[in-house]
Ligand binder design. Structure first.
Ligand SMILES: Cc1ncc(COP(=O)(O)O)c(C=O)c1O
Length: 397
């Protein structure tokens, strides 16, 4: 069979799903020597040894067998302890389910609540994998663009709720947001909770950047659905070890859900991955129990890098952005830029700097570029100098 015949033999969804602009920029730029990468959502330091050592020991001790579908008991207990510490109330291990990355937590949620033709509402700009996960499974992302007005990103809640139809199964809310850094207030979370309760639909919460929050009052996390919802609420929260503890390559995350869903989630995990490797989970226990200091350092680095990037970008003409309240991305508009995908590739080639194109984040994203600033400050400075010089002599596409 030729390529065309083979492609026509796979599902329409698999054939037509667009490439992620982030991955496309990364795959292109990785092959070019000297490019400073800021396309992906990760820092530049490897996982600390205090987390890797227990994983290595576990592997050497022969923990190489199939394991608990919901996650090893030690990790589910450690998740309950970590949450109790950060939310000042009790949590039960029964509400935690270990997944192969935050991405698989999202995928499992979609598989559980949205069938063929069902809709999930997603404010955009949003991380593109949400739309992709839905489309691949035959359900439909209903994108509600946020407004970028007077230099601020705003989520119009009336518009969000107006998008609810009889096919709506969930409202998805990522706060702090990738890519814009917008962070929901407690009142906004309450409004979403109340509307979902009224309509009998799920809240699909994504708080993977919750600890990267730059509040003015010394807060150590962003407002959360866990502050205002019951544990047995129609709430499904996707989370991950990737961001807090520099573990993106481990592919371990978790799903927080009502305990009544335990058997259903176990079945979904069984058919998706049949469980997350036990030795990896041992490293994750160490991250939760001994990772507070490392995480605090990461957040402090993100905050000072954010300030560095903001100061540099403010010196450049034609650049507009909101100072992000959370996460570790800066999403900035360039006056006159019409094609962020083409401009991203040109900046990689001509300035040797790797951003991600705004268009990949859905409606409202075009005209912007995204950079991840959880990087080495000296490299960040160099990247911004290169970009600033590029802007002076070139015009964005
Ligand atoms: C908003 C958001 N949710 C979830 C994830 C999933 O993270 P991972 O699959 O690496 O655990 C990411 C990763 O970039 C993200 O940005």
């Amino acid at each position: 069979m030729n390529t065309e015949q083979l492609l026509s033999a796979i599902t329409t969804q698999a054939r037509n799903e667009p490439d992620s602009g982030i991955v496309k920029a990364a795959m292109y730029g990785m092959a070019i020597p000297g490019v400073i990468p800021m396309w992906s959502g990760e820092g530049n330091v490897p996982t600390p040894e205090i987390f890797t050592r227990p994983a290595i020991d576990s592997l050497l001790a022969g923990e190489t067998f199939y394991t608990w579908q919901r996650g090893i008991p030690e990790l589910r207990e450690a998740l309950a302890r970590y949450h109790a510490r950060n939310f000042d109330r009790a949590f039960s291990h029964e509400n935690f389910f270990v997944t192969s990355g935050g991405m698989q937590a999202i995928q499992s949620i979609v598989q559980m609540v949205a069938g063929e033709g069902d809709e999930i509402i997603i404010p955009t700009p949003a991380w593109p994998n949400y739309g992709g996960a839905l489309r691949i499974l035959g359900s439909r992302p209903v994108e509600v663009p946020m407004d970028f007005r007077n230099g601020r990103w705003m989520l119009d809640l009336d518009r969000l709720f107006d998008a609810i139809t009889p096919r709506t199964r969930a409202i998805s809310l990522n706060s702090p947001s990738n890519p814009v850094g917008w962070t929901a207030t407690r009142d906004e979370l309450i409004a979403v909770r109340d509307e979902c309760r009224k309509r009998g639909i799920w809240i699909l919460g994504d708080e993977v950047y919750s600890r990267f929050f730059y509040g003015e009052r010394g807060e150590t996390r962003a407002p959360s659905f866990l502050d205002i919802c019951d544990d047995e609420e129609q709430l499904l929260l996707a989370n991950t070890f990737s961001k807090n503890w520099a573990m993106t390559g481990w592919r371990v995350g978790w799903l927080q859900a009502p305990r009544a869903l335990g058997p259903a989630i176990e079945r979904i995990i069984q058919v998706n991955s049949s469980g997350t490797p036990a030795f990896l989970q041992k490293g994750c226990v160490a991250a939760l129990d001994h990772g507070d200091e490392f995480l605090a350092q990461q957040v402090a680095k993100a905050r000072s890098n954010r300030d560095l990037v903001v100061a540099k970008l403010r010196e450049m003409p034609g650049i507009r952005f909101e100072v992000p309240q959370g996460a570790f991305y800066l999403f900035f508009a360039i006056d006159g830029m019409k094609d962020s995908a083409a401009t991203t590739m040109r900046i990689i080639d001509e300035a040797k700097v790797g951003f991600a194109p705004g268009s990949t984040f859905g409606p409202g994203g075009e005209g912007h570029l995204r950079m991840c600033y959880l990087r080495d400050p000296a490299k960040l400075t160099e990247a911004l100098d290169r970009f600033g010089n590029w802007l002076k002599i070139k015009r964005p596409s």
